[in-house]
Design a protein around this ligand. Structure first.
Ligand SMILES: O=C1O[C@H](COP(=O)(O)O)[C@@H](O)[C@H](O)[C@H]1O
Length: 258
């Protein structure tokens, strides 16, 4: 697993635009190298702001959007189109504005989907979709090029909350019940799936995230600080604004731009 590199931007707006520029470049690079790109989206404030910044960036046309696979790191288990679903926010911010191939957009199942209100079956359905995309060679998930994760004030990533059973789940996708953050029922990629990504990008803005980021970088303790367990195979980037960087361990961060 890679050692985190921390970049600190002036404020949330600059963070979102810088991460958007980085994402466009990463997708274009992946397409140049392998013909297509695979990206895992996150919900949350910064994650959605990054997608909106991609939509607004002229450089977005450097990407062949028809050759991008989009996955989600977690989802709130609600009916399709619910405004609280991460998918809904992502569609409004970016997906409805670029020429994606609908067959390559892979939202997590909704609670009014084919499995009804059964998060175990929905998680297994998503795991099967990932397995198929991985090529059926016994590998559970594809090698994602970029996997983005918002970090919660309790240091949760995806829907992996401190001390919850999903942290120890070895299946690629797990259901979550009684989440401490509403809504209570969710579906999440687990650590083995997150760690399959080439690059993991942790995103956080605002003073409410400072303690969580400090703990995530101090030492690995995924059971209590899930963000400390999310690392990419080749690269882990921690993209912050100054407020979220207020409690970094000594020497951890470097300013990016002004
Ligand atoms: O509930 C969730 O929260 C996290 C973080 O959200 P934020 O608004 O505090 O940035 C998010 O990354 C995750 O995908 C989502 O389901």
């Amino acid at each position: 697993m890679s050692t985190p590199e921390v970049l600190v931007h002036r404020d949330q707006d600059l963070l979102a635009h810088a991460a958007a520029a980085r994402l466009v470049t990463a997708i274009a690079d992946a397409q140049a190298a392998r013909g297509s790109a695979s990206v895992v989206l996150t919900g949350g404030g910064v994650g959605t702001a990054v997608l909106a910044a991609v939509a607004a960036a002229p450089a977005r046309d450097a990407v062949d959007w028809g050759a991008v696979d989009l996955w989600w790191g977690d989802e709130r288990f609600l009916p399709a189109g619910d405004p609280e679903r991460n998918e809904t926010g992502a569609r409004e911010a970016l997906l409805d504005h670029v020429g994606l191939d609908p067959a390559r957009v892979h939202p997590m199942p909704a609670s009014d989907g084919p499995d009804g209100d059964d998060p175990d079956a929905a998680a297994e359905r998503y795991a099967a979709e990932l397995r198929t995309a991985a090529g059926g060679s016994g590998v559970p998930v594809p090698v994602f090029d970029v996997l983005m994760l918002g970090v919660g004030p309790d240091a949760h990533v995806a829907s992996l909350f401190p001390e919850y059973p999903a942290l120890r789940d070895e299946r690629p996708v797990a259901p979550v019940r009684d989440s401490p953050k509403p809504p209570p029922t969710r579906i999440t990629l687990t650590f083995p799936s997150l760690r399959a990504a080439r690059e993991v990008w942790l995103l956080a803005a605002g003073e409410g995230k400072a303690k969580a980021i400090g703990r995530a970088l101090a030492e690995p303790d995924p059971a209590h600080v899930p963000a400390s367990g999310a690392r990419g195979r080749e690269r882990t980037l921690v993209l912050l604004d100054r407020a979220a960087a207020a409690e970094l361990p000594p020497g951890a961060g470097r300013p990016a731009g002004s």
